[in-house]
Design a protein around this ligand. Sequence first.
Ligand code: AMP
Ligand code: MG
Length: 407
Amino acid sequence: MGEAKQFILSRIAAISECETVLVRAALGRVLGADAIAPFNVPGHDNSAMDGFACRFADLNENDKTTLKIVGKSFAGGVPHDIIAPGQCVQIMTGAQLPRGADVIVPKEETRLLPPFVEITPAKRRVGTHRRFAGEDLKTGQVAVPVGTLCRPAQIGLLASLGMAHVVVYRRLRAAFFSTGDELRSLDKAATDKEPLAVGQIYDSNRHTLAGMIERMNFEGVDLGIVKDDKKALTAAVDEGRKADVIITSGGASVGEADYIRAVLSERGEALFWKVAMRPGRPLAYGKVGETDFFGLPGNPVSVMVCFYQFVCEALWKRAGRSGDCAVPVFPATASTALKKSPGRMEFQRGVLSRDDKGAWQVTPTGDQGSGILSSMSQANCFIVLEEESGNVQAGEMVSVQPFEGLI
Ligand code: AMP
Ligand code: MG
C-alpha cells in the first residue's frame, strides 16, 4: 500500500497558477511564494513585562536596590532616551527599552516609593524579560515558505509583517461523480417525492466526497450520477478533465457493469488498479491528459477510507502544498479485541477516548463492513492495522489516526 501511495505521489505535479488575496482570505490556502520578512519583528528591543527597565549592574542580588524613576514608557509611545546609573524607567509590556537598560524587573518584584522604586533582592540575569529586536523574524528571513498551508498562525505572522495581501496558489478544482444504475439523486428525490424503487439507493458518496473536498478548501465540481454506460461515462470523464482532478466512486470493479477502467484506458492511461487494503479494493489511479484520475470503490466506507488514505495527500501535493501532509498516527490501547486476518492493511473505525487514568484507548465502532457508513459516522479515528498483523487482544497497543486535529 505504501508503494502505491509513493507511486501516485511521484506522478503528481503541483499546479503553478497563483493569485493575490487579502491576508485573511489566505486561511486554508497554500502559499504560492516565500513570504520574506521586510523588517525585523519585533522592530526594537522591548519589554516582555510591566515593570521597570534598569541597568543590570545597578541591581543588588542580596539586598534591596533603590532606583530613581526618570520616566514612563508605554507600548507604542515615544521611548525614553537613556538611563544613567541609579536610574530606571517605568515600562509597560511592549514598550521600547531606553538606552542603557538591559534588564526588566517585573512590577511584582518592586515597591513604589515615588520618585523612587525599591527592588526586591533576587538572582537576575542580563536580558531578563527583554525581547530582542528581530528575535521572532529578521529582515530578509523566509517567514513562511512557499507551499505552506495557511493556518491561523501563518495568517497572524503574515499580518505582523504588514502583508495585507499574499500570493496563494489558485484553488484546486476537483470534479467528481458517482456511477451506478441503482443510484437515486437526493436533489431529484427532494422534488419528485417518490419512494425508492426496489433495489434503488440514495447516492451518498457524492455528498461525502463533496464534503471532503470542501473541507480541504478546494473547488468541487459536481458532475452528478452517471449511468453504468460506457458512452455516458466517457462524456463525464471528458467533462471532468477540465478540472485538475477527477474523483469517481463505483464501477471500478470487475463486474459486468464496471466500465471505469475501460473508459480511463481509452481516454488516457490507467496507471494502476487494486491495493492490498481493507476496505478499499478496487482503487484506480490514472491520468487523462494533465488531469489526475482517482477511481474509488463504490462502497461508502471504502470511498472515505481511500480518499483519506490515498487521495488526500495527492490532492495536497497537486494544490501546491509541500512537505509531509500525512495525518500523524500514534499508539493507543485497544479496549476490546479486534478481528484481523494477515495479508491486507486494514483501516478499522474506532472511538478514541480517555480511560479512567487519562490514557488514550480505542474502541471499534462495531460492524466493520465496507457498506456500513454508520461505522464512520460514529468513529473519531481510524485504527490502522498493518498488513502482516493478525487478531489483536484487548489491552494490546494499536496505531490510531484521529479524524480531527487542531484547526
Ligand atoms: P460498485 O463498486 O459500483 O460495484 O459498488 C459497490 C457497492 O457500493 C454497491 O453495493 C453499490 O450499490 C454501492 N454504491 C456505489 N455507489 C454508491 C453511491 N454513490 N452511494 C451509495 N452507495 C453506492
Ligand atoms: Mg456499480
